[in-house]
Design a binder for this molecule. Structure first.
Ligand SMILES: Cc1cc2nc3c(=O)[nH]c(=O)nc-3n(C[C@H](O)[C@H](O)[C@H](O)COP(=O)(O)OP(=O)(O)OC[C@H]3O[C@@H](n4cnc5c(N)ncnc54)[C@H](O)[C@@H]3O)c2cc1C
Length: 387
């Protein structure tokens, strides 16, 4: 039997949940989420550490963050859950004048977008903001006190719970396997192992697996999975959750404190097939050595070996989300390739996808830098290695 959905959202992670909630909130009926996992949070959303920042180097990413931040401030009222946002700040440390110049260029973009609280710090000022870190070799810093942290799974649960209340149907354990397309390229139906769905619109919200799903419909989507590992300390005596997210831009090592434990992140980008989720013991040794050298108070603590985890970033070639209708299939809408920023941007990405589906175009921002066509047109957004 063929079932019917007005919009079928593939993937019930934080982005798919936000899309479904925004569609239902605007009154669309018969919105359905299908997810291959057995329950919520099994994808990247459940692996995120929960950082939030507006300090980016491109206008469009700063704007996405500011719009998302405004929506997070209203989240409890509008969605009925507490995203547990904390403004602990993001502190980017520079080790040379080139990095300081890159911070200044990015700050000009941030200020032009209205992020006026982002500012440059001297080494002494950085020590005042985070007295716990060694600033050996640091020449200055970029700081934004309104950046901070949030709880990815609280946001996901909030969207899913309220979406269901608004009439969205969510089915776990249903993997999308195939699509039927019409002569005009539009998706007509979607097949899982057990069901066939006739659809008006389909949203690809499958995070690091988005390219696989696009390929099932005959499209190439430039999103790849990059494994990221997190090492976790045992509960700490002196460092608290107020510790700012601190990033040594020289090698991208960064850490924050969550629930009284330090989360250590030193990204070594390795492309992945999107299946391998082990944590490499030699990486743990290296990241732990870095952490103790840079945060002297960690020298007297220990790692919690059972608590480390790995997950996948969903990388796009210019580290910017790919948002809009698929070229060649106008009813297949993409919300992919957030490149490690999908949690923080999820509130606004859901709103923009709802506009694409219900209004036929994205209205809230100039979405040209996000358009899927930019890769074929070789018109990518500038990429910064620092922020
Ligand atoms: C270690 C780590 C730290 C991170 N830290 C941050 C951070 O601090 N801040 C931030 O903003 N972001 C962070 N991220 C990135 C963030 O987790 C992602 O950007 C975000 O979760 C993407 O959400 P999503 O809904 O697109 O994907 P996911 O949460 O991965 O959801 C995709 C869903 O699609 C489903 N699916 C896949 N294939 C199919 C199929 N064929 N049929 C049906 N369902 C399918 C999966 O089961 C999954 O549930 C981090 C990621 C990692 C790994």
């Amino acid at each position: 039997m063929t079932r019917r959905a007005s919009t079928l959202v593939i993937g019930g992670g934080i982005i798919g949940a936000s899309v479904a909630w925004h569609l239902a909130k605007r009154g669309l009926r018969d919105v359905v989420i299908l997810d291959a996992a057995s329950g919520p949070g099994a994808g990247s959303t459940g692996r995120a550490t929960g950082g939030f920042r507006a300090q980016f180097s491109t206008s469009v990413n700063v704007r996405l963050s500011l719009l998302a931040r405004a929506k997070l401030a209203r989240f409890a009222d509008e969605v009925g859950a507490d995203p547990r946002a904390r403004s602990v700040g993001y502190l980017f440390l520079a080790h040379d004048v080139a990095a300081m110049a890159a911070f200044r260029a990015a700050r000009a973009v941030q200020h032009a977008e209205g992020l006026l609280e982002a500012r440059e710090l001297t080494v002494d000022e950085a020590a005042g903001v985070n007295p716990h870190v060694s600033l050996d070799g640091v020449v200055g810093a970029a700081w934004c006190p309104t950046d901070g942290t949030l709880r990815p799974l609280e946001i996901l649960r909030g969207y899913l719970t309220d979406a269901i209340r608004l009439g969205v149907r969510v089915t776990w354990g249903e993997r999308v396997r195939a699509f039927d397309r019409g002569a005009d390229g539009r998706i007509i139906s979607v097949h899982t192992d057990h069901e066939t769905w006739a659809v008006d619109h389909v949203v690809n919200a499958t995070g690091p697996w988005a390219a696989r799903v696009a390929a099932l419909a005959g499209f190439t989507l430039p999103v790849h999975a990059a494994r990221r590992q997190i090492a976790v300390t045992a509960p700490l005596r002196t460092l608290t959750d107020d510790f700012p997210m601190t990033i040594w831009t020289r090698d991208a090592f960064h850490l924050r404190v969550r629930d009284g434990r330090a989360l250590l992140n030193w990204p070594i980008d390795s492309d992945s097939d999107g299946d391998e989720l082990s944590v490499d013991p030699s990486w743990v040794d290296s990241v732990w050595a870095k952490a103790r050298a840079r945060v002297p108070e960690l020298a007297s603590s220990r790692l919690d070996e059972g608590a480390h985890w790995a997950g996948f970033y969903e990388m796009s070639p210019d580290k910017t989300v790919i948002l809009g209708a698929t070229p060649g299939s106008p009813n297949l809408v993409l919300a992919n390739g957030s490149s490690g920023h999908g949690v923080m941007h999820s509130p606004i990405l859901g709103e923009l996808v709802a506009e694409q589906i219900l209004d036929g175009r994205i209205r809230t921002i100039d979405a040209r830098p996000l358009r899927p066509e930019r890769f074929a047109e070789r018109d990518l957004n500038p990429v910064s290695d620092l922020l």
